[in-house]
Write a protein that binds this ligand. Sequence first.
Ligand SMILES: [Mn+2]
Length: 426
Amino acid sequence: MNKLTPELYKRNRAKLVKFLKPDSVAIICSATHSLRTRSLYNEYRQSSNMIYLTGVMQEETVLILFPGHPKQEFREVLFIRYTDDKTLTWEGHKHTKHEAAIISGVDNVKWSSDLPAFLKKIIENASYVYLEMGDEWPSNDMSISASYRFSEDIKSKYPAQRFEKIVPLINQLRLIKENTEIEIIKEAIHVTGKTFCEILPLVKPGIYEYDVEAEISMRFIKAEKCPHAYLPIIASGMNSTILHYNFNNAELINGDLLLLDFGAEKSGYASDLSRTLPISGKFTKRQAEVYKSVLAIMKETKKLMVIGNTIDKLNESVGLMMEEELIKLKLLKKSDIKKQDKENPLYRKYYMHGTSHFIGLDVHDCGNREVIFAKGMVLSCEPGIYIKEEGFGIRLENDILIDKTPIDLMEKIPIELKEIEELMRK
Ligand SMILES: [Mn+2]
């Protein structure tokens, strides 16, 4: 259940309708409840756009916005699932109309069974119909998304209508977080940070990656059942060189490193943390050297996360820093860098991902590499060095709020080498 007041969602809707062409209707639909196998479901995750506009975390929810409609009762309507006796028996309570109105701040709530008749009444009166056309998903996955199927259905039922994409408009808004949203992200970060500090002394040789995962998940569940914002990466030894390693099933070996990349989600908003620890409790000389390089790059990169910059430019700057550090670490030679193909720089062998992504309702939130940083944006800062031939990778990641000067929202979460070793001894 969402603890937020409806004020945030009301403001979000008010911002969105300003973007719509006159006499337009916008339709936003919830995520489907996906099956895990046959008749049993995955844990439900609402679509981020539905959370952004209503806060309703329930399937079969549809929001209709028709700000220019002459009749008040058509301007803002929320459709929710009716709880019949069978649903009550198998799934339990679903929102009443009143509850959905309290959460979302939409006064006019109807049952989803009334939606087709309602759409028929209003769509033909609208000059444009704004739909999520699946484009909140990567193009490969568009066709499996509920929003894509919904919009295809509407388009086929009303072929004479003019359709517009709503997702680019919502994305524009979601890029800038207002204070309420930043406070929620801070809550998610608090759960993540506290968990990290508590598990540090538990890491030791002989336990398994899943033991660490269990310690994290247990703490998230105890923190009012916070979901993971994404599958946690608990990667020891060679596994730490696999960027999105999720098996989390290897034994922790003395002398290896353990790379952790995990984050709690709160009221739909993500946090995203990466830290790398010595399993023995003490970094080897070589591990410490590489760790210091990654940390130095991170500190310099944070300073560049200022209004006016972009992820593209940030990556360019990090590329240059990376070259310098990789030379110091004797992984690259200056002479080779001078001759390198600029399109395919040599540092990519040891650093093959971007330094930053937007964070919000999605952990990899909307916003591309050309978006110009503005106050209120939240981004990750996550350099790494992965050395397959030496059997380890190091990634460090904090979440940064763009403001007059960059604000590190994870500043208090231990990261200094000595600090980490100290906390692991406890
Ligand atoms: Mn990240």
